[in-house]
Write a protein that binds this ligand. Sequence first.
Ligand SMILES: [Zn+2]
Length: 379
Amino acid sequence: MLAFDIDEKRVVDRFLELVRIDSPSKHEAEVAKHCAKVLGELGFDVRIDGTAERTGCESGNVIGFLPASPSVAGAIALASHMDTVEPGRGIEPIITDGIISSAGDTVLGSDDKSGIASIIEAVQSIIENGAEHPNILVIFTTGEEIGLLGATALELTETERETFAGAPCLVADSDGAPGAITIGAAYHYEFVAEFKGLASHAGVEPDKGRSAIRMASEAISMMRLGGLGELATANIGSIGGGTATNVIPDSCKIEGECRAMTSEEVEAIRDDMQRCMESGAAKFGGSVDAKWKLSYPGMKLERDDELVLKLEGVANDLGLPFSADYSAGGSDANILGSKGFKPITVATGMTNFHATNELIEIEDLRNCARFIMNAIVSL
Ligand SMILES: [Zn+2]
């Protein structure tokens, strides 16, 4: 454990400054410029990657590299996302009894500016105190909230890919008290399916038509939905079709998804849902066209993985409650795993995120920065 501490006032000020910069998804340009400037002043080699055109976001991802101290080997990546959900414009943070919340009818933006502020504070403290550190890559992404866009498009240089291959990547982007980490997240597939039947007059020629709505409802009734086992789920999220009560509907669209911790398991659920749709369509003489997409891959570390044990040691040294869990939800961590990093999501203390009663305790902001700072020199 490092002998020095982070600067609590500075991390709070940094956080307040960040949430006052509007950055709803796709509109990250101003906050990206701000983050790039701060990292540059700390001595990072900073660039904004060229992904804006592909993601449709105003800015690319901010990527900052700080070379290791001469006597230190190894590398670590630190990631957070710059975009926030709506309502997230004109955020005015207020502090009451050590708790930061939003004064108005907006979210606070601690998802994920608590992560950005903590990461900057952690590296700043290390640099200012002259502590030895490994190669550090800071990644601040765009468009996380609308489909992990920035992380998916992330452009790394050849040197970065080599230097950080297999390196731990702390993704500071989950709720819960600092010290809690997420060591695995599920694979996620989603689909849009269109059932095709034949329209006819429901009263005059009822036997001539082929109802696409009956096909879809037959398919859905055959599906296994809901919780299907540990972190395995399936859901139909929307349905629509038909035009009028006196017309046998020739089209019906459904949308759904499934999740599971292994590719075998998630593909088995996907294939089963697909079979249900095909037999539902066949039963009523129609067809179905289902378009599946892997939204993001899963990632999983074992509870006794060396990296997990080291983070447990960091939490214990700092007196923070440690926990290591798996999640059915996705984040940039899912994508960064497929980019060659070894991602772990760390809790920042963000609470009630995506809601206007969102808040974060100053104590948690401080502990998140301390946890990341000590992890940088311990992994
Ligand atoms: Zn987030």
